[in-house]
Design a protein around this ligand. Structure first.
Ligand SMILES: C[S@@+](CC[C@H](N)C(=O)[O-])C[C@H]1O[C@@H](n2cnc3c(N)ncnc32)[C@H](O)[C@@H]1O
Length: 318
């Protein structure tokens, strides 16, 4: 694994990207912080805790779909494959594919570098014969992965409905770039579906308050990495469902008039002022197929749970 590890000046690159985006986002009206910065090591751990919440149906529904259809998916992946996972997180779901398809290689890509390397080490212990090359990178950038010896085909894996975090035009652009990076390979993607707004609202407003902690991790991270002095109790987590736009919108709302300093820059917040931190777009199966088509993909197989909560789509390059 170490031989294939991508070495980057991690802390520096991550901190400076975060600093730039934070200063830029907090200078805008309305204020915003890109959601990819949720994910430092603490954010990745909080996301894992979210995945286990009773309200968060997404993870268990997608995992059950993967388990139920693993053999069919393995046949589509084929022999001597490399699985490339975008936004790989805890590397849990992929184990179902590794067991069923026995690929030659697995390339997990994630922006949360320390966490990715820790979970990859654990995976390597369980799959000693698998060629592993963890890549610490922003998957929105063009993907340039050298071919691996002995690998015949590349299959992309993009679970967790992370595609929902992109506005439709940006999502189409991302899927187009992934298509180029996969060199003609297919893509298995998990998509959260449009459903009862109350169910969606509950999933992003859990009773235990873990999603609120995850949202506030943006400010906590700024305090840890960028000499910030945000008062975490001075902001509320707010995540309504916008049915017209078919998306959850996540905000941090200032509880009072206050100011905070980060990287030596002072920002003022009015009482009730919102900082936009994430969108999570929901799709119908047809709506998603149309989005995929804009990016040059054709959905050739799809699987849904009986309640119609979540979609797994197998896509091939047109
Ligand atoms: C919603 S979580 C999904 C995690 C996992 N794939 C799953 O299905 O449970 C999104 C994951 O993508 C990663 N991520 C988010 N934005 C990213 C980006 N721009 N580039 C690379 N990784 C990113 C996060 O660190 C996180 O692990």
């Amino acid at each position: 694994m170490d031989a294939l590890r991508t070495v980057t000046p991690l802390a520096e690159a991550r901190a400076s990207g975060f600093a730039q985006c934070l200063l830029d986002g907090l200078s805008r009206t309305p204020k915003e912080i890109p959601c990819k910065y949720f994910y430092d090591e603490e954010g990745s751990r909080l996301f894992e805790a979210i995945c286990d919440l009773p309200e968060y149906y997404q993870t268990r529904t997608e995992t059950a779909l993967l388990a139920r259809h693993a053999d069919e998916i393995a046949a589509l992946i084929g022999p001597k494959a490399e699985i490339v996972e975008f936004g790989a997180g805890a590397l849990k779901k992929v184990r179902l594919l590794l067991d069923a398809a026995a690929p030659n290689a697995y390339t997990p890509i994630d922006i949360s570098g320390d966490y990715l390397l820790a979970v990859t080490r654990a995976l390597a212990a369980d799959y000693p014969n698998l060629g592993l090359r963890p890549v610490v990178a922003d998957f929105t950038a063009a993907l340039c992965l050298p071919p691996l010896p002995g690998v015949r085909a590349r299959a992309g894996f993009f679970p967790g409905s992370t595609i929902g975090n992109f506005k439709p035009d940006a999502a189409a652009g991302l899927l187009r770039r992934m298509r180029a990076g996969l060199n003609g390979g297919s893509l298995l993607i998990g998509v959260d579906l449009v459903k009862d707004p109350a169910r969606l609202h509950a999933a992003y407003n859990d009773a235990a308050g873990i999603t609120a902690l995850f949202n506030k991790n943006l400010l906590a991270r700024a305090n840890r990495e960028l000499e910030g002095d945000f008062d975490l109790d001075g902001f509320d987590h707010y995540a309504p469902y916008n049915p017209a736009a078919r998306r959850i919108e996540m905000y941090l709302v200032s509880r009072r008039r206050q100011s905070a300093t980060v990287c030596g820059h002072r920002f003022d917040f009015a009482q009730g002022e919102a900082v936009h931190t994430e969108d999570s777009h929901k799709y119908t199966p047809d709506g998603f197929a149309q989005l995929a088509a804009r990016a040059g993909w054709r959905v050739t197989r799809q699987w849904r749970d009986v309640e119609g909560l979540f979609l797994l789509a197998w896509m091939e390059s047109v």
